[in-house]
Ligand binder design. Sequence first.
Ligand SMILES: [Zn+2]
Length: 189
Amino acid sequence: MSGACARPLADADLLDWWAGELPAAEGRRVEEHLLSCGECSSRAEAVHEMAKGIGQLVREGALPIAVLPAIVERLRREGRRIREYQVRPGGGVQCTVGPEDDVVLARLLADLRDVSRLDLVSRVDDGPEDRLTDIPFDAATGEVVFAPSADVLRARPAHVERFRLLAVGRQGERLLGEYTFDHRPWPGW
Ligand SMILES: [Zn+2]
């Protein structure tokens, strides 16, 4: 998620700009930059798509998506009820989702330095593997934040979901970590 722009606009500013929440002078600064910077313009589009996706997900439960830190910040600011689980490579966690939770976040810790493309492979119990390719991440944070649909999770029985994070490059794939989520329906175990 880096490139030729010398002073890329912050994800948080782009989100606020889309929401019309930037002060006028700040808004003009963002617009002027976007007019002259193709790279930030396409990032602005991606950030907007992601924010819309989250809105959808919070309302009706769409497909799981990876989210950038700025989106998580925004959800907090909006007062969403967030349940989150942070897991280290090779680690696991017992997880659930409460009746009032708006968003469930899986925070997968990983060393993301020198990673250009990141794929996430998931598998529920003995089912087939699902692969999300080229998922968004912020290498500086050292984690990939992933938001499965809270509604879909609430409807599901106990299960074990395993995730693998893969760095994909010219030389092939490199495993960054495996993470196990042992899910039980509310009210728990
Ligand atoms: Zn730029």
